[in-house]
Design a protein around this ligand. Structure first.
Ligand code: IPM
Ligand code: MG
Length: 359
């Protein structure tokens, strides 16, 4: 059975890291007889330049047909002056919303070899294995009304609206409880229920779900405290479930604990198995085109793609083992190199070569 994988390289370092992940997918695809077919389309700034829209109709059509999507990154200074509604990032939000990818899994796992690259002391992070479940198609990212308007007094005002209904909270909550069930059995729901009504409802709904999952220990934490606890004692967490904005912020914090944001993959899923996979890092325009970006987050995203959308767990395991072995052999890109001098680090394509060799 042919599986269609849509590549959306995007902007900045996106094309470089997606290319390496594609090579890895081609290799494991062959080894596991997966019959993968790759298509490519534009998303983000590159789509604005070539097709006049951040999420063009042609991309939308291919996305609807794909079995899975692998995305690089979007955005960059070139498009910073565009009005809010036309920026590259809107393309990313549009595809998430269009495909109803409400569930974003962001695992933060420390490879033992990278403990020294973490911004925290090794004993605080060794063995770290957290899963952040971020709601991705609701909350303040999408709530109406939104915009910037000028009042009669000539003073401008910016507005965004944070809103979640019970259905949206229930569906992300269920997936988070199920994920916790398969892991350490602990779920921490992060909110700001001491101030924000939208998260008071969030907490209530999470609490109500708890009855269906007696084997999962549910706790609640305010987001400010959660940010502090993540850098104080991160290993207290197993699964964290939270809304769109808090999840965006906490996942960057969790990323740095693992040594580099260049290591973190993510999966965005809907109620069917078609998903979108992307590194947590951004387009890093400052290092784009220089063959220095770390492709491992995208390669690990490709592993998640195989596991969740193509149900090829063996192939996914093989990629993750290859990445671990490359790190164990001391190979590093410059973002994760702590002790190596810069001229001994690998470039983007050389790291791709190393993973391919380890496969
Ligand atoms: C992320 C990114 C995006 C987000 C941006 C690029 C729109 O930061 O995926 O975490 O805020 O969701
Ligand atoms: Mg982010």
């Amino acid at each position: 059975m042919t599986r269609r994988i849509l590549l959306l390289p995007g902007d900045g370092i996106g094309p470089e890291v997606v290319r390496q992940a594609q090579r890895v997918l081609e290799s494991v695809g062959e080894q596991h007889a997966l019959d993968l077919v790759f298509e490519e389309a534009n998303l983000g700034g590159v789509a604005i330049d070539r097709e006049g829209a951040a999420y063009p109709a042609a991309t939308q059509a291919l996305a609807a047909e794909a079995d899975a999507i692998l995305l690089g990154a979007v955005g960059g200074p070139k498009w910073d002056a565009l009005p809010a509604g036309e920026r590259p990032e809107r393309g990313l939000l549009a595809i998430r919303s269009d495909l109803d990818l409400f569930c974003n899994f962001r695992p933060a796992i420390l490879f033992p070899e990278l403990a020294a690259a973490s911004s925290l002391r090794a004993e605080l992070v060794s063995g770290l294995d957290i899963l952040i479940v971020r709601e991705l198609t609701g909350g303040i990212y999408f709530g109406q009304p939104r915009g910037i308007s000028t009042g009669q007094d000539g003073v401008r005002e910016g507005v965004n609206t944070d809103r979640y209904n019970e259905t949206e909270i229930l569906r992300i909550g269920r997936l988070a409880f199920e994920a916790a069930q398969k892991r350490g059995g602990r779920l921490c729901s992060v909110d700001k229920a001491n101030v924000l009504e939208v998260t008071m409802l969030w907490r209530e709904v999470m609490e109500s779900l708890s009855a269906d999952f007696p084997d999962v220990a549910l706790s609640h934490m305010y987001v400010d405290n959660a940010a502090m606890q993540l850098v104080r004692e991160p290993k207290q967490f197993d699964v964290i479930v939270t809304g769109n904005l808090f999840g965006d912020i906490l996942s960057d914090i969790a990323a740095m604990l693992t040594g580099s944001i260049g290591m973190l993959p993510s999966a965005s899923l809907n109620a069917s198995s078609a998903g979108l996979y992307e590194p947590v890092h951004g387009s890093a325009p400052d290092i784009a085109g220089q063959n220095v970006a770390n492709p491992l987050a995208t390669i690990l995203s490709a592993a998640m793609l195989l596991r969740y959308s193509l149900h090829a767990g063996d192939a996914a395991d093989q990629i993750e083992r290859a990445v671990a072995s490359v790190l164990a052999q001391g190979m590093r890109t410059s973002d994760t190199a702590v002790s190596q001098s810069l001229d001994s680090t690998l470039g983007t394509s050389e790291m791709g070569d190393a993973v391919l060799a380890a496969l």
